[in-house]
Design a protein. Structure first.
Lengths: 115, 113
């Protein structure tokens, strides 16, 4: 079974600085998707960024980028120029390409932005 | 607006009561899922469906029942509520298109006393 691990329960960063959230996963599949979701205090789950495993190029979305290391099964999220609105829980998630395509989540990292 | 609609947003139940959490999506998504979120454990899959009439168990199915009679609706039934079912519940849907992430509802905070 696939598993996703986020080893940092909490992180904090000064406003305008850069922070990196870690995620590792375990799978025997060669093709899959990885996601980062943001959950602000409103509780809504918001898709931040997605990565296709067969693409070597790291995904970027404005201030958000990932460092995808397929061999190491690592998928970290970098937030540049951190803003107060970035404060939230962040979840890493894995999805198979074949089969039922369920999402498997990590435990989450709570990110605090210090003004 | 298109999306996933969950009701209710909050609910308090007494131990032993039953209830149904409603979920509807208007995006014609094939896949629908129910997750529960507990502190320090992320989101765990309860039940999922890959299309109308097809459901299967996830990681934590005990005490819950689902059915999918239409593409749009995927209700979650608590058969006899227990305090261990106190949690936040999310419904999510996704297209078969492998480029999609899941779209989530706004969640239901359930407390069982």
């Amino acid at each position: 079974a696939q598993t996703v691990t986020q080893s940092q329960p909490e992180m904090s960063v000064q406003e305008a600085e850069t922070v990196t959230l870690s995620c590792t996963y375990d799978t025997s599949e060669s093709d899959y998707y990885l996601f980062w979701y943001k959950q602000p205090p409103s509780r809504q789950m918001i898709l931040v960024i997605r990565q296709e495993a067969y693409k070597q190029q790291n995904a970027t979305e404005n201030r958000f980028s990932v460092n995808f290391q397929k061999a190491a099964k690592s998928f970290s999220l970098k937030i540049s120029d951190s803003q107060l609105g970035d404060a939230a829980m962040y979840f890493c998630a894995y999805r198979r390409i074949q089969g039922a395509q369920k999402l498997v989540f990590g435990q989450g990292t709570r990110l605090t932005i210090n003004p | 607006n298109a999306g996933v609609t969950q009701t209710p947003k909050f609910q308090v139940l007494k131990t032993g009561q039953s209830m149904t959490l409603q979920c509807a999506q208007d995006m014609n998504h094939e896949y629908m899922s129910w997750y529960r979120q507990d502190p320090g454990m992320g989101l765990r899959l309860i039940h999922y469906s890959v299309g109308a009439g097809i459901t299967d168990q996830g990681e934590v199915p005990n005490g819950y029942n689902v059915s999918r009679s239409t593409t749009e609706d995927f209700p979650l039934r608590l058969l006899s509520a227990a305090p261990s079912q106190t949690s936040v519940y999310f419904c999510a849907s996704s297209s078969r298109d492998r480029g999609y992430g899941y779209t989530f509802g706004s969640g239901t905070r359930l407390t069982v006393v």
